[in-house]
Design a binder for this molecule. Structure first.
Ligand code: AMP
Length: 632
């Protein structure tokens, strides 16, 4: 069986509790990266995966590694290293979600800026999977609170981000302390030379996994995108639906559950809509598609599987509510419109973390996707008023209103109220509790355009990247901190061989500042000047004093008062009552040797595969790993 022929999770040798959880979360088919990676990791192979966020890479490593977990063992068996605390939390949540039927399973996220004691308590109780940022993982290893002697697998997630944030030495230090026969999966959106070097040095005859880029032109389809994520998607969608003239629309989401949820929400807002997904019997799906053809419904909310081959000429719009896993799926999706020589529209929601996928899609469709204007509150309200007036005109033209004339006339005489007031009262009755006009501010932020959006969030997937900005920071002429920024001094400099990346990485994680908000960095021999947002909370300032970078405590101090507006919300919120950390990250203790003999690699891989099989057999209820020749 090749990855192309895998169309359901049950074809993969995952254990039963995982398959049950996947069914509950509503995943219909493995994404391409999952179909390729899962069998390899189940077999005990090392994997070098080039995959971006949005491709389903988390499940690609979490599912097979969970399938191989021995719940009776209490020391960590899997360690995932992630560049940021947000990603660490997200990955830990994904493990928890997939392991919901694995009784007694524990995963623990550990990251900087968080109290140690809770993490230590949890580690003592026993965890199967640890997901952490490199600095904090190193700290726990040094303290002896994180023991990795039982580790069977290690994942480097977003390795290129870890490189950019200056964590790569830490990552190598950690790799050097783990058992030699552990399995490694390395995921990276790009493969810079340093990442390749790590792969060559530490991975054991890895299998390379990449996502195919299928190209196609889509001349008849106008493609637009809107940057939005999470709960704001529904609001953005409803605005677009109100303002965008469309005949019929297909909205793509990722899960079976999402088809039903979104369809219910749109129905409640008055749209004629239906959901189709792989769980809905074929007959019923056909009926729904017929209804769409006959204009009985206008919107279909569908998964990729359910919409395969769908051919309905009146579909004028394809809405990618959830971004597809790869360009091939995108091309399939948008091919549902622009049929029979007509013009079509494709709209795509892109979360900041999914920027790279957007760029891949542009490359594959050989078209720049324009950033759309989200309809303003004014436009929406004008549309609502126009529609309301039209309903009055249509009703006056087509309905028999005699009985109502009499009633209104009667009311007018009895109460001596002008007909205008009566009409207004009736409109209010018709409207019910829902406000007629939209009150909130438009989502479209002023001055936001494609170019500035590309640069936001570290410009992931686009040049110039964070490294360029770091260079810019150092090169920019010193003219004092910019608006909203304040200058700080750090007691680490060239003499300690510090690089901007080390500082950005440490501050981003320990202070919870997105690295885009870290300003100019000027490294001198003994110290560094850095511009940070001017509203740094006291406890973060306190914590940062103690953070270690390149063997030095930062001992951060203020250089001058920023005279400008505080830059709100740049520091992530901390839980009330949390104690300041006694962080000693990035200690100056000598690093362990990074070189590791390559000999016996093949032998070890074989032994590992054998051990895994034996482990798999011990577990009751687990499907056995699929037999395949081990290529090592
Ligand atoms: P990732 O690329 O790991 O960040 O995953 C992106 C999103 O895709 C997450 O919200 C996952 O829950 C979702 N996802 C991952 N695999 C699947 C799948 N096979 N079917 C549907 N959704 C998925």
């Amino acid at each position: 069986m090749t990855s192309d022929t895998i169309s359901s999770f049950s074809q993969l040798a995952l254990n039963i509790p995982l398959l049950k959880a996947l069914d509950e979360v509503g995943y219909e088919t493995p994404s391409p990266i999952q179909a390729q990676t899962i069998p390899l990791l189940l077999e005990g192979r090392d994997v070098l995966g080039q995959a971006q966020t949005g491709t389903g890479k988390t499940a690609a490593f979490a599912l097979p590694l969970l399938s191989n977990i021995d719940l009776k063992e209490k020391d960590p068996q899997v360690l995932v290293l992630a560049p940021t605390r947000e990603l660490a939390i997200q990955v830990a949540e994904a493990f928890q979600k997939y392991a919901s039927h694995m009784k007694g399973f524990h995963v623990l996220p550990i990251y900087g800026g968080q109290d140690y004691s809770g993490q230590i308590r949890a580690l003592k109780r026993g965890v199967h999977v640890v997901v952490g940022t490199p600095g904090r993982v190193m700290d726990h290893m040094r303290k002896g609170t994180l023991k990795l002697s039982n580790l069977s697998a290690l994942v480097l997630d977003e390795a290129d981000e870890m490189l950019r944030m200056g964590f790569i030495d830490d990552v190598e230090w950690i790799l050097d302390q783990t058992p030699e026969d552990r399995q490694i999966a390395l995921f990276s959106a790009t493969m810079p030379q340093q990442i390749r070097r790590i792969a060559t040095k530490y991975l054991n005859e890895p299998e390379q996994v990449t996502i195919k880029v299928k190209t196609a032109t889509a001349d008849t389809i106008r493609q637009r995108f809107w940057p939005v994520s999470g709960v704001h998607k529904l609001d953005a969608l409803t605005r677009i639906l109100e303002a965008e003239p469309f005949d019929a629309m297909i909205i793509f989401v990722r899960t079976k559950t999402a088809t039903v949820e979104l369809s219910d929400k749109l129905e409640a807002r008055g749209y004629s809509v239906a959901a189709i997904n792989g769980d809905i019997p074929q007959k019923q799906r056909e009926r729904t598609i017929d209804q769409l053809k006959q204009s009985k419904i206008d919107i279909l909310v569908a998964t990729d599987v359910a919409a395969r081959g769908l051919d309905v000429q009146r579909i004028s719009h394809v809405f990618n509510y959830d971004i597809p896993y790869d360009t091939e799926a995108y091309i399939h999706r948008i091919g549902r419109t622009g049929r029979a020589g007509r013009k079509g529209d494709a709209i795509l929601f892109v979360a900041p973390r999914e920027k790279r996928l957007l760029h891949s899609i542009e490359k594959a469709t050989k078209q720049k996707i324009e950033m759309m204007e989200l309809p303003s509150t004014e436009i929406i309200n004008d549309k609502r008023i126009a529609k309301f007036k039209q309903r009055i005109t249509d009703t006056l033209a087509t309905e028999e209103l005699g009985m109502f004339y009499q009633m209104i006339e009667q009311y007018q005489h009895e109460h001596n109220v002008p007909s205008l007031e009566i009409a207004a009262a009736l409109a209010q009755i018709l409207q019910g509790d829902e406000p007629f006009l939209l009150q909130n501010k438009p989502q479209r932020s002023k001055g936001r355009d494609r170019e500035s959006w590309d640069k936001e969030d570290g410009g992931r997937g686009r040049k110039p990247n964070r490294r360029d900005r770091e260079r810019d920071r150092s090169q920019r002429r010193d003219s004092g901190p910019e608006d909203g920024m304040e200058r700080f001094r750090l007691e680490v400099g060239h003499d300690h061989e510090v690089r901007p990346g080390n500082i950005v990485g440490a501050i981003a994680n320990e202070a919870g500042i997105d690295s885009q908000y870290i300003g100019r960095i000027n490294i001198h021999d003994e110290y560094t000047m850095i511009d940070l947002p001017a509203d740094m909370p006291k406890e973060i300032f306190h914590d940062l004093k103690k953070v270690w970078v390149a063997g030095q405590q930062l001992k951060i101090s203020r250089v001058g008062e920023g005279d400008s507006q505080p830059a709100k919300r740049k520091y992530s919120k901390r839980k009330p009552g949390r104690k300041p950390t006694d962080d000693k990250s990035r200690s100056d203790k000598p690093r362990a040797s990074k070189s590791k003999p390559k000999k016996d690699k093949k032998k070890k891989a074989k032994k590992r595969a054998k051990d895994k099989k034996a482990k798999g057999k011990r577990k009751t209820g687990d499907a056995k790993p699929k037999k395949r020749d081990n290529k090592t």
